[in-house]
Design a protein around this ligand. Structure first.
Ligand code: RP5
Length: 163
């Protein structure tokens, strides 16, 4: 099936974080593609990817990067598709640099910014599912089931001391 979501990241070293987005999309049965695309090491590829994403049938792009994390913003500059930014936890500043780089977009070109690290990657995939689900009812159904299972798992174990 043609991918509906593109998961891109600035470096192979970001995969440890972004794999959680890919795994969540996989669990929800959402066709997706995964690519290493760097805003500064492969700027032409990044522009080409973003400019052609819509015509290739993508509905959402999840972009993860660390440090001076300009990949999500630069990708958003080249496409009208929703871009969800995942700040990768950097060694030097624990991802605060990544977060601020991604979240502080000037008015006019938005990036939907998620939490730093694994939580952000998982939530980017869930938000992508919400968006894709608007036009793909089977995806919305699977997302609702995912949320229901999560609720039931909490309700089934109310005592934190239980093994
Ligand atoms: C960013 O620089 C990447 O997104 C990555 O998080 C960070 C470090 O990249 P590597 O030096 O590990 O390739 O471009």
């Amino acid at each position: 099936m043609r991918p509906l979501v593109g998961v891109i990241m600035g470096s192979k070293s970001d995969w440890e974080t972004l794999r959680h987005a890919a795994e969540t999309l996989e669990a929800l049965g959402i066709p997706h593609e995964v690519r290493v695309i760097s805003a500064h090491r492969t700027p032409d590829l990044m522009a080409e990817y973003a400019k052609t994403a819509k015509e290739r049938g993508l509905l959402v792009i999840i972009a993860g990067a660390g440090g001076a994390a300009h990949l999500p913003g630069m990708t958003a500059a080249h496409t009208p598709l929703p871009v969800l930014g995942v700040p990768v936890e950097s060694q030097a500043l624990k991802g605060l640099d990544s977060l601020l780089s991604i979240v502080q977009m000037p008015a006019g070109v938005p990036v939907g910014t998620l939490a730093i690290g694994k939580a952000g990657a998982v939530n980017a995939a869930l938000l992508a599912a919400s968006i894709v689900g608007l036009s793909h009812p089977e995806v919305m159904e699977r997302l609702v089931a995912y949320r229901k299972a999560q609720t039931e798992a909490v309700l089934a174990h109310p005592d934190p001391r239980e093994e």
